[in-house]
Design a binder for this molecule. Structure first.
Ligand code: CA
Ligand code: CA
Length: 243
């Protein structure tokens, strides 16, 4: 039936079919929401003291799957770690995000994630996170306890896994569905903060840890501007450029 159609017509036809039916696929190749070509990666720009990014808007290795379940996630869906467990060694299934900070200062980090394997809220609930070029990256409990990732030369370090500047970042509780939460240090939950002393471009990295952990989006916000409840109501995703 495509014999008399040129390539453009075929793609338009596929697009029209997909417009009505392809959005319900369970999974798909992880393709970037914006394509900056081979020489540039997307740059997510802070505005109004926050950065809100669809987790799937990075380039992922094949162990991460894009799940197009749009009933309980935003953007093009969420990313699911389907590689093996890397409980002690970060850096596998690496994805990076370039973030342009216009308003220097201390930001709190949270992401919206879910447990998609098993029934235990302490399994499939964590992924590795690192901000290697920020001025500081730490967990800060409201009682004043601060922890730094292992491998940075700073102490004290979190309980449980940490290595080479990476935090194990987890969500707690047996409500397995998506929620906004990001903590580090086992059984001693420390909220996570990143300090950017100057305006400029910084790199955030994530890598796979627990098979079955799913992440929809992440948020950096200045806690002196937004309460956590205000921050998770923000809906303006950060602008993306290829500069
Ligand atoms: Ca876990
Ligand atoms: Ca998403």
């Amino acid at each position: 039936m495509f014999g008399k159609l040129n390539n453009l017509s075929v793609w338009m036809l596929i697009g029209a079919i997909c417009f009505t039916s392809c959005g319900d696929d369970d999974s798909d190749d992880a393709t970037l929401g914006i394509d900056c070509g081979e020489t540039s990666n997307p740059l997510f720009e802070e505005e109004n003291s926050f950065v809100l990014v669809e987790f799937e808007d990075a380039e992922f290795e094949s162990e991460w799957s894009l799940i197009n379940n749009l009933s309980n996630s935003t953007g093009r869906g969420y990313m699911l770690w389907e590689g093996e467990n890397f409980f002690g060694n970060p850096g596998n299934g690496l994805a990076t995000y370039r973030i342009k900070i216009n308003t220097p200062g201390t930001y709190r980090f949270i992401w919206r994630s879910a447990v998609k394997e098993g029934v235990n809220g302490t399994d499939a609930n964590d992924t590795w996170l690192r901000f290697a070029d920020a001025d500081d990256f730490y967990g800060d409990k409201s009682d004043g306890s601060i922890v730094y990732p292992k491998g940075t030369g700073k102490t004290p370090n979190p309980e449980g896994a940490s290595s080479d500047g990476w935090f194990k970042v987890y969500r707690s509780g047996n409500d397995l569905d998506f929620k906004w939460q990001a903590r580090t240090s086992d059984n001693d939950a420390h909220p996570i903060f990143v300090q950017f002393d100057d305006a400029g471009t910084y790199t955030m990295e994530i890598s796979g840890r627990s098979k079955g952990h799913a992440i929809d989006k992440f948020l950096l916000f200045k806690p002196d501007v937004y309460t956590e409840n205000e921050a998770i109501e923000l809906t303006d995703f950060s602008g993306i450029t290829c500069e």
